[in-house]
Design a binder for this molecule. Structure first.
Ligand code: F6P
Length: 524
């Protein structure tokens, strides 16, 4: 096993980081071919990486790092179903969930068959519900679905449902409850008719305290609102990798949809856990969502490292994290339907790569996963962007924009122009900044006295040199959304491969859970 620091490319990158690099303000106008050279395209997404602080020599050294770390071999091992999640002795095969239904992938026939059988069950149930043939205890069609789950059993389908809200079924509403605070459940239930409500209890383990608390409360609400005990199963669905656990709690087998221990919770939106999404957008769109992710998988597996979009995103992140010493990563979508995208990636990245131990059990010798944060960019501009522009932290940014939008509002095109102009302006402002001298000159040109301009300029100048990516989606539809999620999954994978950490366990969440259980028992 190769740890990162002994790799020749690591030392080379360290020495490149020690040498003076031009400011983006000088680099961008001087290197006119940069934008074209640093643009990559795959699966309906275009990456503009021209505002990263990387020279051709740094790019070469980063590519050498990926090669020396054996990223391609590790990627292939994942797709073949080797047990790369070593601390749990499991394969990692969320990619099989979106595999070509007609051709078995490298994961083999058994996995292929299990996936397709379960996908068909999920799709049949979703379509029956959308058609009004799934009925509650009184014979009325289900009109409201409440997904109860937390973390990976909530964030993925909830984020995707918002992103694809324009495709939502007009007669079936899907709600999400994750927090066990009673208000979270109550504020959804108080508007619902129990006879027409279905609860989906989503939990890989089916032991998560928060989810089971909400699920028990939902069942009590059903019976308090007239659902006879023998008919409660008509209002319940379980989605889990632990069907025995669900059965123990009384969830009927025919309403239990399965996934497997080789699907991490934060990588599970492609599995049966996508049922609430499939109900909302329909199974044709759900399959397009899977196909979009598959297109990104194919690109990840076949494109040379230099043209590989997830690899490039990962390598620039490594340059920022390990060689420029920047500990956070801001993600700012400029499409309001992507309102939950950042929290989703936050779990995917931080739960995967927030590790301090190499896969061989030795303490990590390099910085690993960054602090991922953010939210809608336009709103951020009027809030925390002040700190990005003039604070003491340098924060790398991923801007996410949408090229074509067709919201049916008369002035939609104007809205869209405002949004995308702002995205471009922010990326430029962060990269170039405005020097003290330029600021002073500008203020004087605007009529300020030389003395006042000199005094004011420090407050109104901008360091700039803030590295960013822009990811342009052709449009925000199921297949591009699938591709965007897969892009971040593979970015996280690539970084973990270079850092030599296990991206697929999450022991860090255990201690708090154990303590909460112990406190619960002590209080009884
Ligand atoms: O506590 C973290 C975590 O284990 C996540 O990894 C997971 O997505 C979430 O809890 C929910 O777990 P489950 O699906 O088993 O209820």
């Amino acid at each position: 096993m190769t740890l990162p620091t002994p790799l020749p490319a690591w030392a080379q990158l360290q020495s490149l980081a020690g040498a003076a690099q031009p400011h983006l303000r000088e680099l961008l106008p001087a290197d006119t071919g940069r934008a074209e050279r640093m643009a990559l395209r795959a699966a309906g997404i275009t990456l503009d990486a021209s505002r990263q602080r990387v020279s051709p020599a740094i790019q070469q050294a980063l590519l050498a790092l990926a090669e020396q770390a054996g990223v391609a071999a590790r990627r292939d091992a994942m797709f073949r179903g080797e047990p790369i999640n070593t601390t749990e002795g499991r394969p990692v095969l969320h990619v099989a969930l979106r595999g070509d239904p007609l051709h078995t992938g490298p994961w083999g026939a058994d996995v292929q068959k299990a996936v397709q059988v379960e996908l068909a069950r999920v799709c049949d149930f979703a379509e029956a519900l959308r058609a009004g043939t799934v009925r509650g205890h009184s014979g009325e069609a289900i009109t409201d679905v409440v997904n109860i789950g937390i973390g990976g059993s909530d964030l993925g389908p909830r984020m995707a449902a918002d992103a694809l809200a324009h495709l939502a079924h007009p007669g079936v509403r899907v709600h999400y409850v994750s927090n066990p605070d009673a208000w979270a459940l109550w504020s959804v239930l108080r508007g619902l008719d129990a006879a027409r409500t279905l609860f989906i209890v989503s939990s890989k383990t089916f032991t998560t305290q928060e989810t089971l608390t909400n699920a028990a409360s939902a069942r009590r609400w059903l019976s308090d609102h007239g659902c006879p005990a023998e008919a409660v199963g008509r209002h319940l669905v379980a989605i889990t990798a632990s069907p025995a656990q669900a059965a123990k709690l009384g969830y009927p087998a025919e309403r239990t949809f399965l996934f497997w221990d080789w699907v991490g919770g934060r990588y599970s939106v492609w599995s049966a856990l996508g049922l609430p999404l499939a109900i909302a957008i329909g199974t044709e769109h759900f399959r397009l969502f899977l196909a979009g992710a598959r297109a990104m998988d194919e690109h990840f597996c076949s494109a040379p490292l230099a043209q590989n979009l997830p690899v490039q995103l990962a390598l620039n992140g490594i340059w920022n994290r390990n060689f420029l010493g920047l500990p956070t990563q801001l993600i700012v979508p400029y499409a309001s339907r992507l309102v939950r995208f950042t929290p989703f990636v936050q779990q995917m990245d931080m739960e995967s790569n927030g590790k301090r131990t190499h896969t061989d059990g030795t303490p990590a010798t390099v910085d690993t996963g960054p602090i991922v944060w953010g939210g809608l960019g336009i709103d951020g501009q009027h809030a925390y962007f002040q700190l990005i522009h003039q604070g003491r932290h340098t924060v790398p940014v991923d801007f996410i924009g949408v090229q074509n939008e067709d919201t049916p509002l008369p002035l939609a095109a104007t809205h869209h122009e405002v949004v995308n102009l702002n995205l471009r302006a922010q990326a430029e402002a962060m990269a170039r900044g405005r020097s003290l001298a330029d600021t002073q000159a500008l203020l004087q040109k605007d009529g300020m006295s030389e003395a006042d301009a000199r005094a004011t300029a420090p407050h109104r100048s901008f360091e700039g040199n803030i590295p960013s990516h822009i990811l342009w989606l052709d449009r925000l539809d199921p297949s591009r959304l699938g591709a965007l999620i897969a892009l971040y999954e593979h970015k996280v994978f690539t970084q973990a491969a270079i850092w030599r950490i296990n991206a697929f366990d999450q022991w860090g969440v255990e201690l708090g859970k154990t303590m909460a259980k112990a406190m619960e028992q002590a209080a009884r």
